[in-house]
Design a binder for this molecule. Structure first.
Ligand code: A3P
Length: 322
């Protein structure tokens, strides 16, 4: 893939002179899609790094802001859909003509570093009404700098790293339109290199943040959202300050919302089959199987053992279990 065909957040054609100078002093790593640079412990493609720097410089939080955070392929799209649906139900009680039918969750909740702040530290955010809902793949230690002192809320969704790896493998293969080697993603993941990696420190940054300030950070798990969607959606609604009323619980509103945002329902919507993100990624590639444990169909026992060993080392004394 040449530079022109890559989506903007992978490219390096939008760097300020200061960023070019910074990049020349950063550790770098080349993968199949370009050069990655390590900034404050996290790996970014160049334009995304510019987006991170723009965000650090220019983001001004509002008290009611909500930021949905994740490592790529952990359930970001689902969390976005659920959050939108939770606030939308306060405006309308009908699911026909729902905003999720006219736009994809990524269009409705753009990424800070890969979309809104990609090109400027002062983007026009006037179209967002309160509560503004944004998303990010940045680790918490980077996200939190401009948030200091703000009561805005952060929701993190975490997923079993083995399923994240398989999901990423499908996603990359779909983009490159050829099956990439699993090894080419597995080894960098284990070493902690790769876009937004290391995975381990990413998860830990939000896990620790949620322990320190559970009112600011909600730590959710994809597997729990799958096994007990109703309970997890209620937990999300309470955290976001829009809990379900008794009446809503009795009239089946929670289950209706869960169904609206189900993989089956979202992936069947016209918009999600025909549309693309602003940076040309087909919406359809964000929906696949959504299965817990799909890694068993794709990873060798050696791969699993290697990941298990890293998990043990990294999370040993963190209280975080996989
Ligand atoms: P699989 O590739 O394992 O199927 P992200 O949104 O962070 O990019 O993650 C994509 C993963 O979430 C994909 O996993 C996708 O199928 C799954 N997913 C997308 N929408 C979902 C939904 N509404 N419910 C459950 N899983 C969903």
């Amino acid at each position: 893939m040449n530079e022109k065909e890559l989506p903007p957040h992978f490219r390096e054609d939008n760097l300020s002179e200061d960023t070019k100078t910074l990049i020349s002093s950063l550790p770098s790593y080349k993968d199949s899609e370009g050069n990655l640079y390590n900034y404050k412990g996290c790996w970014y493609y160049p334009n995304t790094l510019q987006g991170v720097l723009n965000y650090e410089k220019g983001f001004k939080p509002q008290e009611t802001d909500i930021i949905l955070a994740s490592f790529p392929k952990s359930g970001t799209t689902w969390l976005k859909a659920l959050t939108i649906a939770l606030f939308e139900r306060l405006k309308t009680d009908t699911y026909s003509d729902h905003v999720l039918q006219s736009d994809n969750p990524h269009g409705l909740v753009p990424f800070l570093e890969m979309s809104l702040y990609l090109k400027s530290s002062t983007p026009d955010l006037s179209k967002f009404s309160s509560p503004r809902v944004f998303s990010t793949h940045m680790p918490f230690h980077t996200l939190q700098l401009p948030l200091k002192g703000s009561p805005c809320k952060v929701v993190y969704v975490c997923r079993n790293v083995k399923d994240v790896l398989v999901s990423l493998w499908y996603f990359r293969s779909a983009h490159l339109q050829k099956e990439v080697e699993m090894e080419s993603l597995f080894e960098p993941l284990c070493k902690g290199v790769g876009f937004f990696g290391p995975f381990w420190e990413h998860v830990l940054s939000y896990w620790r943040g949620s322990l320190e300030d559970p009112k600011q950070i909600l730590f959710m798990r994809y597997e729990e959202m799958k096994s007990e969607p109703t309970a997890q959606v209620k937990r999300l609604a309470e955290f976001l300050g829009c809990p379900f009323t008794e009446e809503e619980e009795e009239d089946g509103s929670v289950d209706k919302l869960v169904e609206l945002c189900s993989l089956r329902n979202l992936s069947g919507m016209e918009i999600n089959n025909s549309g693309k993100t602003f940076n040309n990624v087909p919406y359809s590639t964000f929906f696949r199987k959504g299965e817990v444990g799909d890694f068993k169909n794709h990873l060798t026992t050696e791969m699993e053992n290697k990941i298990d060993k890293i998990i043990q080392e990294k999370y040993n004394d963190s209280g975080l279990k996989f």
